[in-house]
Design a protein around this ligand. Structure first.
Ligand code: NAD
Length: 353
């Protein structure tokens, strides 16, 4: 991998490698763009097949955070960290504290929080060593439930745009990944009478979804192909790719997972197939809004955070409308919206204070 070329192509500012022999920590922090403010984004713990995969994930996820924070109207830049390891086996207090010391060494250029494979308990250990961690239990807490709420609002807005109705009763929704976000999303959808198809890698998680929501289990390799109103990716990225695109059985793709498109060009493929795509970094912005409210001068206020998350449906409708008016993919419309705000604020920042 030609790291600097990749950073140039994706417009990154900084990539930091953190290693600690004692705890076995192997972490990569990617800071994409700090025009709007310090880079904020969660820490993902995952058993990557290779170090290159981990670097690529950090680069792609951090860029997504720049666009997400801009689209949500936040004064934050984009960053993300990945830790190479098995989140069910490799977590120790010393690993999190070593990681926290590296975060502190960045002096606030990067603020971390939870992501796939990490929890508020992990962040509590990190906070023993750094001020630059959010999503703590005594503050805004785990962002996952609010991400799920924003995703639920986004699914309803997408349905409304396509069908004129937000009604979920009798709709079939395929949820891929019943983790921290996917599970709470299922709760919202089930409460309003949606029929749920679910897939996950863990049987215990699936059994719970069957018991609590009457969900139907689907093979993880086939969930994208199920006939349904909405396919909701809530696991990992790249789920829309050259193989899955022609097989999609839905009218709408609207889920919480980051980087759902393996390649940006697939956004046009979705449009060509007449599938409405709710851009991931817009529909899943609830979590970052919630975390950002920890830095509110008046302190964290859940009601204010939720009020801001309620706007996600309006952002999506604006993006869908632009996409149809200009005949461009929804993802391109969303990118332009986020980039335009960064450009406007960069011009304001030329004024020295
Ligand atoms: P999580 O680790 O709690 O859950 C992910 C779930 O997906 C796990 O249960 C895992 O077993 C399952 N999974 C993994 N690969 C799968 C596959 N191929 N098929 C089916 N299931 C699979 O993570 P989470 O916090 O729920 O996050 C889910 C997604 O949402 C991630 O892409 C994350 O980046 C994104 N996201 C999360 C938040 C948040 O607040 N947690 C915010 C924004 C975006």
């Amino acid at each position: 991998m030609r790291i600097f070329e990749r950073m140039r192509d994706m417009e990154h500012e900084q990539l930091v490698f953190c290693y600690d022999e004692v705890s076995g920590l192997r972490a990569i922090v990617a800071i994409h763009d700090t025009t709007l403010g310090p880079a904020l984004g969660g820490t993902r713990m995952w058993n990557y097949d290779s170090e290159e995969d981990a670097i690529e994930d950090a680069l792609r996820l951090s860029r997504g955070m720049t666009y997400k924070s801009s689209a949500m109207g936040l004064n934050l830049g984009g960053g993300k960290a990945v830790i190479i390891g098995d989140s069910r086996k490799d977590k120790t207090e010393e690993l999190w504290r070593a990681y926290g010391r590296f975060i502190q060494s960045l002096g606030g250029r990067y603020i971390t929080a939870e992501d796939v494979g990490t929890t508020p308990d992990d962040m509590a250990f990190v906070s023993a060593e750094t001020d630059y961690v959010a999503g703590l239990l005594h503050k805004s807490g785990d962002p996952s439930p609010i991400t799920a709420y924003g995703t639920y609002r986004g699914i309803k807005a997408s349905l409304e745009y396509l069908t004129g109705s937000t009604d979920l009763a009798g709709r079939t929704i395929a949820v891929q990944g019943i983790g921290s976000v996917g599970y709470v999303l299922c709760e919202y959808l089930h409460e309003e009478g949606a029929h749920l198809l679910v897939s996950d890698l863990y049987e215990d998680v699936l059994n719970r979804a069957v018991e609590e929501f009457g969900a139907e289990i689907v093979d993880p390799d086939r969930i994208h192909a199920c006939e349904c109103d909405v396919f909701s990716p809530c696991a990992l990225g790249a789920v829309i790719n050259d193989v899955t695109l022609p097989e999609l059985g839905c009218r709408i793709v609207a889920g919480a997972a980051n980087n759902q498109l393996a390649e940006d060009s697939l956004a046009q493929g979705l449009r060509d197939r007449g599938i409405l795509y709710a851009p991931d970094f817009v529909i899943n912005g609830g979590g970052v809004i919630n975390v950002a409210h920890e830095f509110h001068p008046g302190g964290y206020n859940r009601e204010l955070a939720l009020r801001q998350v309620d706007r996600i449906g309006d952002y999506l409708k604006q993006i869908f409308t632009t996409s149809d008016q200009e005949d461009i993919p929804t993802r391109v419309a969303a990118d332009r919206m986020a980039e335009a705000r960064i450009e406007r604020i960069a011009k304001v920042h030329r004024i020295r204070v």
